[in-house]
Design a protein around this ligand. Structure first.
Ligand code: FES
Length: 280
């Protein structure tokens, strides 16, 4: 069992939990994620990204938005409660290396949380990092202090202009691509539509752009096919081949259509992965 030892509410529906997960804290690398099941009673299994880890104390931090049945149930849990099953670290870690030029990391909304370990790792590798953070308004911005500490330059955008620049994240991204010292590598993590337009922004400038996909997941081990996406001419499973892919090759429209198709079933879903089927 993974005991919750700290709970913070970052905005109306965004929470940061610290919980015990010694092995994951030791093993996790930037870009990896977890599959969580809140109780053993056929609860839904759902993916969460790791925002931070403390190897010494054997804890990890997750940041999530309470938008569906399971994340709302998680948000209602308190310090001292335990999460029944936490599977991870899963997925292919981010490829980290020192590159010859600036790296721009674009995080939208809750996407700043999975971006944090990537920025940490890029910084540790000696890169010059520009972070662009975006949210609908000031209240929805997360991890500003952490990003301030890590980034060589931090650009904050809000849709309503309540903080930072009143702009979409693609505006400063385009300006950077057109500057005298354009980025040689970009990461974009956030809502699918944001990642799609970040990839479209960098495409004409040939800036290699990685995106981290957050699809529906069930088993998290490449068995169920629930997380499949089209990347170039290939079908990939986000849970094992990803979650990061070349943003210029991802079929975002297909991915967004699949995400919408699952939505009506979410409330009624009972996960039976790992349970004994009748007659088995
Ligand atoms: S979650 Fe089942 S194949 Fe990826």
């Amino acid at each position: 069992m993974n005991k919750i030892i700290r709970k913070r509410q970052l905005s109306a529906d965004v929470f940061r939990f610290t919980f015990e997960a010694e092995n994951i804290a030791r093993e996790r690398k930037a870009g990896q994620f977890l599959i969580v099941q809140l109780d053993n009673d056929f609860a839904e299994r759902f993916p969460l990204t790791i925002a931070d880890a403390d190897q010494e104390n054997g804890t990890i931090d997750i940041i999530f938005q309470a938008v569906g049945a399971s994340t709302m149930k998680l948000a209602a849990m308190e310090v001292g409660d335990s999460i029944a099953n936490v599977l991870g670290p899963l997925g292919t870690p981010t490829h980290i290396e020192k590159v010859n030029g600036p790296v721009v990391c674009v995080g939208g909304g809750i996407g700043v949380a999975p971006m944090h370990p990537i920025v940490q790792a890029l910084k540790d590798a000696g890169n010059q990092i520009i972070v662009i953070m975006g949210a609908r308004n000031k209240e929805l911005l997360i991890m500003e202090e952490e990003m301030k500490t890590l980034a060589d330059e931090l650009i904050i955008c809000t849709d309503d202009g309540s903080y930072g620049r009143k702009a979409l994240v693609t505006e400063p991204l385009k300006e950077l691509c057109e500057s005298d010292t354009p980025p040689v590598l970009a990461f974009a993590i956030g809502p699918p539509i944001m990642m799609k337009f970040c990839a479209e922004t960098t495409r004409p400038y040939k800036v290699h752009t990685m995106v981290s996909l957050n699809t529906i997941m069930v088993d998290g081990t490449g068995m169920c096919g629930g997380c499949r996406v089209s990347v170039g001419d290939e079908t990939k499973f986000v849970c094992v081949h990803g979650p990061e892919f070349d943003g210029h090759k991802v079929d975002f429209d297909n991915m967004m259509m699949r995400l919408k198709a699952y939505k009506p079933h979410e409330e009624d879903h009972k996960c039976r992965v790992g349970s004994k089927q009748k007659g088995a």
